[in-house]
Design a protein around this ligand. Structure first.
Ligand SMILES: *Cc1c(COP(=O)(O)O)cnc(C)c1O
Length: 410
């Protein structure tokens, strides 16, 4: 059983039955907490035993507007009753509208729709290759990056733990240390077609590109005729207080990939590129059967409208400032906190102690957070998190960190 030990919350009878069914019928490829979630609203979520949690990592970054945001629920419910799915052999008004909204908020290009982050990256990988008919097929990616789990995207992911046991990886990927422009230059030859990078590393520990790095990549791409691909699956769609992560750096890519937050919790992905490059994805060369379907499109459009109607980009700046103040105070008073990185609602708290123990200590306080890279606590709060929730979350996180630190010292 791949259930994480969780001493504080006794497993109730309803939850036990669900776990038994999973043990028998669900592939055990995830480590799960022994908690069965049944409903959510905003940054609150409830389990089958009736316990309430504050969720500062809602939907692993997918629930950008919290659990069950009203306008998205309504748009999806109405769309469900009208048209659930039609293939891309037909036009639908919503898919076009969605692409237009995304273009107007990014660099004005065109969208290819798919269903997940890894698929969006596969589309980008194919676009790089198709642009030169496969001549310039090599792509440079970065250590600490994460791009997904299908064979192309997982090969792009320069972390050996994700390659273990898979045998030969896809040809043509070359890895540079994150931030190292000289290493990138050395890896490039006349078969290189692109560079792929997250403007803010997500799984890698919430690490923004160092100063000058993205500008340097843009220059290299311009000089060597390469495509610059930004994987914004985690940092895109408004999470950082701007529509897209790249807009913090003043560097415009040729391609961006989106998923997670894109449809506020409904499955959906997209690759955005320029009109000029988009023509290389010729009919027949790439497709996704469910891509841009009416439900995802309804959710995607509703999410963008909700962010604008409720002024959530501006709200993110205020909520981020509150997190920054509270977490800076924590870092000052608690020496196991090594660094705090706040990029809007993308937050990393780097510790000198075990992150998993802190996640557990937060769970003991009914607070949901995540740990990545061993010692980094990651929060991906909803854009509409309230001031009171920020305070409560920081109180509990601080207590949890102190408890685990004291245990280590004892
Ligand atoms: C989660 C993630 C992916 C993969 O997305 P899936 O929808 O799980 O395929 C790709 N890139 C980044 C930056 C991610 O955070």
């Amino acid at each position: 059983m791949a259930t994480i030990d969780s001493a504080s919350h006794a497993i109730g009878p309803k939850t036990r039955r669900v776990i038994e069914t999973f043990d028998r019928y669900v592939v055990p490829n995830y480590r799960r907490f022994p908690i069965c979630l049944v409903k959510g609203e905003g940054s609150r979520v409830w389990d089958a035993e009736g316990r309430e949690y504050l969720d500062l990592f809602p939907g692993w970054g997918c629930n950008l507007l919290g659990h069950c945001p009203g306008p998205v629920v309504k748009a999806v419910q109405e769309q469900m009753a009208r048209l659930i799915h039609v293939p891309n052999t037909w036009y639908t008004e919503l898919q076009g509208e969605w692409a237009k909204l995304l273009a107007e908020r990014s660099f004005g290009g065109q969208a290819f729709f798919c269903n997940s982050g890894t698929e969006a990256n596969e589309a980008a990988i194919k676009l790089v290759r198709l642009r030169t008919n496969g001549e310039k097929y090599k792509i440079v990616t970065f250590q600490g990056g994460f791009h997904g789990r299908t064979m192309g995207s997982v090969t792009a992911t320069a972390q050996p733990k994700y390659h273990e046991g898979l045998g030969p990886m896809l040809a043509g990927f070359h890895y540079a240390p994150h931030g190292d422009l000289a290493a990138v230059e050395k890896l490039i030859d006349d078969r290189t077609g692109g560079i792929m990078v997250e403007p803010i590393l997500g799984e890698g520990g919430v690490v923004p590109a160092p100063a000058g790095f993205l500008e340097g990549l843009r220059r290299i791409c311009d000089e060597r005729d390469l495509l610059l691909v930004f994987d914004e699956v985690q940092c895109g769609c408004g999470r950082t207080g701007k529509w897209f992560g790249y807009q913090h750096f003043g560097v415009t890519p040729d391609v961006i990939t989106l998923a997670k937050s894109l449809c506020a919790g409904v499955a959906g992905g997209a690759m955005l590129t320029t009109v000029d490059l988009a023509k290389h994805l010729r009919p027949g060369m790439h497709a996704a059967t469910f891509g841009g379907n009416p439900i995802a499109a309804a959710a995607g459009v509703a999410a963008i409208r909700m962010i604008e109607e409720e002024g959530l980009l501006e709200h993110v700046d205020r909520a981020a400032a509150a997190f920054r103040t509270r977490l800076a105070a924590l870092a000052d008073s608690c020496d196991v906190v090594r660094d705090v990185r706040v990029m809007g609602m993308m937050i990393g708290v780097e510790l000198s102690i075990d992150g998993a123990a802190v996640v557990q200590a937060c769970l003991d306080r009914n607070l949901l957070v995540n740990a990545t890279q061993g010692r980094i606590i990651r929060l991906l709060p909803a854009m509409n998190v309230t001031q009171a929730e920020v305070e409560e979350g920081c109180d509990k996180l601080g207590e949890a960190i102190r408890e685990v630190a004291a245990r280590g010292a004892a």
